[in-house]
Design a protein around this ligand. Sequence first.
Ligand code: CU
Length: 339
Amino acid sequence: MVLQRKDTTGDSVVLYDLGLEGANARSGNRKKRMRVAKILNTISTALIGLTIAGSALAQDGLERVGKPIANGLNFQTAGTELASDLQWVDNFLLIIITAITIFVTVLLLIVIVRYNRRANPKPATFTHNSALEIGWTLIPIIILIAIIPPSLSLLFKQQEIPAADITIKATGNQWYWTYNYVDDDFEFDSYMIGHPATLSDADADQAFRKTPAVLAALKEAGYNEDEFLLATDNAVVIPVGKTIVVQVTGADVIHSWAIPAFGVKQDGVPGRLAELWFKADKEGIYFGQCSELCGKDHSYMPITVMVVSEDDYDVWLEEAISEYADAGAPQAVQVANAN
Ligand SMILES: [Cu+2]
């Protein structure tokens, strides 16, 4: 940033004490600027260090992504390219906003210390500085232009839905999800383990809390105690490395289907069919939650996505079709395919 000063009256010199670069900057100011640059460097290094530490922590939960981790910081381990891109943009913006915040804070502190009534009893009387005004207009514009390419390209990547390998329709209900595997025409409901629907009638009064019956149901389904409120009785099962398109809608009120580790979140609005897509990079169990306040049991309709190998998926698919598909359903699929 190079700002030329036009005003040459003695009083106007003080303006350049703010640490801005100018033709009349004194050597003392240059030293100060270098100190500010050093502080900026230290802080951005610390921020990057924090990011790396957070990622390393998140890696401990590689198989189960999306549940709370002790001392967890930062994002969940990215399970898709969309999520890694989102995290990159977030870190990029974090560095920019940190630099801006520090810069403005330093300017404020300098003004407070140097130009209070006691330290500077005779204030300057000029009101304009064209170069400075052009600078503080152009520099924010340049920053905004620098932010546009990564953020807009990511937005388009999320919103332009590619051809699907597997299409799943997710319908939000008060308060559970229904998943329809559109290509194979079967559907099932997915309840949080601990919901009365997942317990025997005798244990119904133990629902929604970490009671012995709920803990036993979690264990039986292969989940740990700390996955309570995230684990469901029927997970969405998908193969690794395939493009999955999820059509999201609501049956009663607005819900939202979100898996943070996949970088996806989409409102399910009754009467509308929205779409999101992702391609999971690695196998694992990924947890998400309904992310639109949808009523009293909003917190009890989590999302569990199981990413498995293609072979395991084929085995599961066969079982799921025989378990969930209606007797007349295969015919309906054939008719639809013929068209
Ligand atoms: Cu909800």
